[in-house]
Design a protein around this ligand. Structure first.
Ligand SMILES: [Zn+2]
Length: 283
């Protein structure tokens, strides 16, 4: 098991900041990373403004295995085996980061550096992923959405404030974009929230250009990742969901890693749904 590293807290211009790097699953990792939510990190009491957390999300083995040919698309994008699909809807595990979006999260997309395979579809897929998250999209028969909103505000030239596996300087804009990140990382989410009541000030997501991505699963898929599944997970962080362990809760979208060529994490599992319900309540 890999223990997340807590980097040394430090003072910044914005005030006290805690930078945490969550479990990172390397491509060849046989065991899952140990989940740790930001809520687990005891932030020292300080008279402050902002705290920063980054989640670094790696590549993992496909713990659930691919579904039968033809499963794809029939359940809204899932490709789980029947057993895994059951587990996805009976495993209620979740963790919280401790922050929440207040009202409506306004976000931008920056397509600079997007791989050509998804450059024309990535903005729409990003929007689909966050829309589905707040609507509680699932294959478990849960019908209600959450009391939180999101709004796509257009394209932006601002880069996500993500530096390799940590966070850069918060600029007040929530941006999803592309960046060359370390090879063990699929994507990184940073969120800045108020120290007092932990409302999200802004949140940035960087997707790693080192990997191959798809928005529509190709007939012959190899070593290529589903952008929507990964973004569902990253948006989960942005809205306050932490990790659950890959080994125990691998069917949940918020498990620490995702395999290539699976679209199973486009939908929320029971735990993902309960986590969002706990934070925001149901409409
Ligand atoms: Zn994550």
């Amino acid at each position: 098991m890999r223990t997340p590293a807590l980097k040394n807290p430090c003072w910044t211009a914005a005030g006290w900041a805690v930078v945490a790097v969550a479990a990172l699953a390397a491509p060849a990792a046989a065991t899952a990373g140990l989940p740790m939510s930001a809520a687990d990190l005891a932030a020292p009491a300080a008279p402050v403004a902002t705290r920063i957390i980054s989640f670094v999300d790696g590549v993992g083995p496909i713990v659930d295995g691919p579904g039968k040919p033809g499963d794809e698309g029939q359940s809204g994008g899932g490709d789980l085996s029947a057993t895994a699909a059951r587990r996805q809807c009976t495993d209620g595990a979740y963790s919280r980061t401790g922050w929440r979006v207040s009202g409506t999260l306004k976000w931008y997309y920056n397509g600079a550096g997007a791989p050509s395979s998804v450059s024309r579809t990535a903005a729409k897929t990003t929007s689909t992923a966050v829309s589905r998250l707040v609507k509680g999209y699932n294959d478990c028969g849960l019908k209600r959405s959450f009391k939180v909103g999101q709004k796509y505000a257009g394209t932006s030239r601002r880069a996500p404030a993500v530096t390799a596996t940590s966070c850069g300087k918060q600029d007040g804009y929530s941006v999803v974009g592309w960046k060359k990140l370390p090879s063990s990382v699929l994507a990184v989410t940073c969120a800045w929230s108020t120290a007092g009541d932990h409302r999200v000030v802004s949140t940035d997501i960087a997707i790693n250009t080192r990997y191959k991505w798809f928005t529509t699963k190709p007939g012959r898929c190899s070593n290529t990742f589903d952008l929507e599944s990964v973004l569902s997970h990253e948006w989960g962080h942005a809205f306050g969901l932490g990790h659950v362990s890959l080994s125990s809760h691998g069917t949940q979208t918020m498990a620490t890693a995702v395999g290539a060529c699976t679209t199973a994490k486009r939908t929320l599992g029971l735990g993902d749904y309960r986590g969002m319900q706990r934070i925001y309540g149901l409409r």
